[in-house]
Each structure stands twice: as C-alpha cells, then as structure tokens.
Design a protein around this ligand. Structure first.
Ligand code: ACO
Length: 273
C-alpha cells in the first residue's frame, strides 16, 4: 500500500529492497522500515554539490510511508569533506556553477537557491522518522551540517567534526547552526564555529554532539543495534513522542503538559477506542 503510494508519487520506492544510484553522488536503499542514504564519492571524500542537496530533497519528498528510520552514511574513510571545493574555482562544478557565478545573481535569487539546498536537510527531522548519521573520519562544513541535520549521531572513534565555513569566509547555511547551538550551547557553538577547529570523538561525546562513540569497525553494527531498539517501540507512539520532544523547548511547562495530554488522549482513543 505504502509502496504503491510512493510509486504513484514518482518516488524512489519502485524497487524498494534494492539499492539505487541517485544523482549527486548518492546511493539510496529502502529495506522495509529502514532507508539508507549513502554519500558515495569516497575518492573525493564524499564532497557535496547542489546536485547532492537536490537529490537529498527528492528522497525526502518521495520517502516511502513505511520508513521509520533513515540512516545517512558515507562510503570510504570520511563521512563527508563538505562542499565540493570546485565551487571556489572560476570553472565551478560542471552544470552547477561556482561561487563566482553565484555572486553575479541578485541576493534574492541566491537566497532562493540556498533555501532549495536546505530542503535536502530539513526533512530529516520529520516526526514520522528517526534519522541517524553514521559518521566516520572527516565531517567538515556541509558534512558536519548533514550530520547535525539528523536526530542522532553515532560516530567512529576517528571522527573529526569541523565547521570550516568561517575559515573560508562563509557562514554555515545548511541548517546546521540551530541544532549545533541546541546540542552544545551557544558558547561552545561559537568556539567550534569561529575557530573552525576539529572536534574529536571524545569531545563530541562529552558535549553532546554524539550519542555514541564506537571503534571504526563497529560503526555499522552499532547503527544496526540502534535501529533494532528504535523499531521495538510502537510506531505511532514514537511519532507522537518525537513531536512532543521537538516542541518542548518552545513551550512553557504548562503548554508542554497540555500538549502531552492532547497526544495521550489521541493515543488512548487509537489503542482502546
Ligand atoms: N571537494 C572536492 N574534492 C575534495 C574535497 C572537497 N571538499 N575534499 C577532498 N577532496 C578530494 C581531494 O582533492 C582528493 O582528490 P584527488 O585524489 O583527485 O587529488 C581526494 O578528495 C582525497 O583528498 P585528500 O586530501 O588526498 O584526502 P585526505 O584523507 O588526506 O584528507 C581532508 C581529507 C582532510 C578532508 C582533505 O581532503 C580536506 O581538507 N578537504 C577539504 C575540506 C574542506 O575545506 N571542505 C569545505 C568545507 S566548507 C563547506 O562545506 C561549506
């Protein structure tokens, strides 16, 4: 049923259990309730382009309804070395331009392009799914922000997070600043971004950037174990609980308590009504 729907929407679910190459240097696979997005340009350390972000957005738009967990991982030694450095050259990325060509656009047009790119990241927070970044090696710039776009980060002990943008004269603009501040606090986020320093595994764990640190060879198994735990809970209750947790920071205690009541009333009706 969900597969048929996804197919109707022109989604990626046509061969739901087979891995598919997607443009933008990605592979995408759906296996039942689990979707896996793999950054797949290891020879270029999974550098990202606008095509990568468009492809991510399309995966989000056509995600089969049965999916509960989305894993974002990188092939090879690095999760992602960030934006493709060809963007900084006059030639740019073939078919996608360069920062020089972007500088000739009016501000509103480029802002619109950034907004489109951000769509590739924002859907990873949907209440209906839990997204897990499996991060090894470098997660630089756009790579760090992609990891930050996910709900959970399980990292290898060789992880190197780096918000390189300010060192290159840019700001992080791929939705990473809010989750970073929420995870580590304003002072630590300023420290990490404005120095563009590397955050290693032990610090990532200590400051809340990572949920779990494992030896490199154990990363895949650790992710599988987390998926099994996540899938052991009731799907609708998990969605409603994530919705509650996501709203908690913005609500007063009284408002949050009321929201809990609303969600619970709906659960009781669904379960026992
Ligand atoms: N864009 C394009 N190509 C890249 C990128 C990138 N961001 N990162 C690495 N590559 C390429 C290298 O040019 C090299 O290609 P080649 O074999 O054709 O010469 C290949 O990937 C391997 O890179 P190495 O540097 O040889 O790999 P190493 O493991 O020694 O270093 C590291 C990895 C540290 C990630 C290094 O490649 C690096 O510093 N990359 C650039 C990181 C960066 O500044 N990213 C932009 C951040 S800002 C943002 O994302 C908005």
């Amino acid at each position: 049923m969900a597969e048929a729907k996804a197919r109707q929407r022109g989604g990626y679910a046509e061969d739901v259990s087979t891995e598919q190459p997607v443009e933008g240097g990605l592979r995408f696979e759906v296996d039942g309730e689990i979707a896996t997005i793999t950054l797949d340009r290891p020879e270029k350390r999974n550098a990202q382009t606008f095509a990568t972000w468009s492809a991510l957005a399309r995966i989000g738009e056509s995600l089969p309804e049965q999916v509960r967990v989305v894993v974002v991982r990188g092939e090879g030694p690095s999760f992602s070395a960030g934006i493709d450095l060809r963007m900084f050259t006059p030639e740019g990325v073939p078919g996608q331009g360069s920062f020089s060509s972007a500088a000739t656009l009016d501000g509103a047009t480029f802002e619109q392009r950034i907004k489109q790119a951000q769509q590739g990241f924002l859907w990873l927070r949907r209440p209906e799914i839990v997204s897990i970044a499996a991060v090894q090696g470098h997660a630089i710039g756009a790579g760090f922000q992609l990891a930050l776009a996910c709900d959970l980060r399980i990292v290898a002990d060789d992880v190197k997070f780096c918000m390189k943008e300010p060192a290159l004269g840019l700001v992080p603009d791929l939705t990473g600043t809010k989750p970073l501040v929420e995870l580590v606090g304003l002072a630590k986020a300023i420290d990490i971004c404005l120095t563009a320093r590397i955050v290693h595994a032990d610090e990532a764990m200590r400051i809340g950037l990572a949920e779990q640190v494992v030896a490199g060879g154990d990363l895949e198994q650790a992710v599988q174990d987390k998926i099994a735990q996540l899938l052991s809970t009731n799907r609708d209750a998990a969605t409603a609980t994530k919705r509650l947790l996501q709203g908690a920071r913005l609500r007063t205690l009284e408002e949050q308590s009321a929201a809990e009541g609303v969600e619970q009333a709906a659960r009781i009706k669904a379960l026992f009504g």
